[in-house]
Structures are given as structure tokens and as C-alpha cells.
Design a protein around this ligand. Structure first.
Ligand code: SF4
Length: 64
């Protein structure tokens, strides 16, 4: 599984970083950081919640 971010759509709300803090974070400049683009199986539920929770629909996953 790969996690993707549409950086033009992202409004840096931080919702996803609360739902999947081991995969998504905000840096000191307030930019979204993807810590792991291919998250391990035990984090997939968190990542899926982050994708569903993004108010801008800026996150999506592919199964490749
Ligand atoms: S929840 Fe969506 S809009 Fe908010 S920081 Fe994450 S990707 Fe960006």
C-alpha cells in the first residue's frame, strides 16, 4: 500500500496527523510530512482513518 498526498488540496488542518501520528506529522514550518509512504500492516487502519478523516480529500491510498 502507498499513501499519497495532494499538496495543493491539503490545507494543513492536522486532522490526519492526529489519526495516524506514526505516519503523518507537521514539521516546524507547519508543513505536512509523510513519515512513511508505505506504512506497515499494523498502521493501515490508522492510515485509512486519516484518509477518511481528511476534510479536503487530500489523501488517498493505492494498493501497489
Ligand atoms: S487532514 Fe488533509 S488537509 Fe488536513 S493536514 Fe492532513 S492531508 Fe492536509
Amino acid at each position: 500500500m502507498k499513501l499519497h498526498v495532494d499538496r495543493e488540496a491539503c490545507q494543513v488542518t492536522g486532522v490526519c496527523t492526529g489519526l495516524a501520528p506514526e505516519v503523518l506529522d507537521l514539521d516546524e514550518q507547519g508543513e505536512l510530512v509523510v513519515l512513511d509512504r508505505t506504512p506497515p500492516p499494523h498502521l493501515l487502519d490508522d492510515v485509512r482513518q486519516a484518509v477518511r478523516g481528511c476534510p479536503m480529500r487530500a489523501l488517498w491510498i493505492t494498493e501497489d
